[in-house]
Structures are given as C-alpha cells and as structure tokens.
Design a protein around this ligand. Sequence first.
Ligand code: HEC
Length: 137
Amino acid sequence: MTNAQKWVLLFFALFIVFLVITYMSNKEEETYSKNYNQENATSAQDSETGLSIYKSAGCASCHGEQLAGTDDGPALFKLSEKWSKKELINFLRNPNDFSKDDRIAKYKEKFGNSFMPSFNTIDAKKLGKLAEYLLSK
Ligand code: HEC
C-alpha cells in the first residue's frame, strides 16, 4: 500500500464514522419527537371528561352545576333508571323524537318557557362520554 492509498483509506474510514454518528443522532431525535407527540395527543383526549363536556356544552345553565335542576330544566339524577346509554344519546341528539313520551311531555308543561335543545353537533365519542357520566350519577 502506498502512502497515498493509506490516506484515502483513513479518510474513507473517518467519513463512515461521521455518517454513522449523524444517523444515530437523527434517530434519537425522531423517537424523542414521536414520543412527545404521542404523549400530547393522549393527554388532550383524556383531559375531556363527561363533566367537562357537560360544562362546556352549556348543560349546566339549565340543569345546574350539580345536576340538581333549575327553573329552566329538570334535575338529572338517577337517569340510569330511566334511560339506556343508547336511548340517552339519541335523546341528546334529538329530544323532539321523545316529545310523545309521557314523562317528557310532563316536563314540557312544567318548563314551558324552556326546552331541551338538540345536541346533534357534538361528536359521537363525546356524547358517549357525556351519557356515561350522566348515567353514573
Ligand atoms: C335551554 C335549557 C337546556 C339546556 C341548555 C339543556 N337542557 Fe336538557 N332539558 C331541558 C328541558 C326543559 C328538559 C325537559 C324535556 C324537554 O323540554 O324536552 C330537558 C331534559 C333533559 C333530559 C331528560 C331528563 C329526564 O328526566 O329524563 C336530559 C338527560 C337532559 N336534558 C340532558 C341535557 C344535557 C346533557 C345537556 C347538555 C348537553 C342539556 N340537557 C342541555 C333544558 C335544557
């Protein structure tokens, strides 16, 4: 091997080492940012509870912070004795479908100035959480 060939070999070896190092540090950054994003995504979803949806959707203004009812809406206690989860979600989406139900018709007399709005713009997953929350009270 001539001297020139040795230099070329050494240079080449250094170049490979350099490539390996950059590759490895990129990888680390990638996994870090992936983990970071995943953590953020799950915490954003989990931070929404049935209670926070109840408050942000404005239910409390008629049904009260503690679900005890107001002059504009009935108390929401023991709903699990009255509704299945599926029915309750349907009711929240479209309360008018239930206006012939005796119990709801009585509410209509009692809360004449107020009515239950339809919440068909809240997505299904949120309505599910909200319904579960209400049925657990
Ligand atoms: C503007 C006032 C108002 C708002 C806001 C409101 N409701 Fe109502 N809600 C009523 C009234 C009045 C009734 C009685 C039935 C009717 O009039 O249709 C009712 C009935 C209900 C019932 C049936 C109660 C029973 O005994 O079966 C449930 C459940 C309910 N509301 C949940 C909610 C939830 C959850 C929200 C928020 C997403 C909400 N309501 C927002 C006024 C309101």
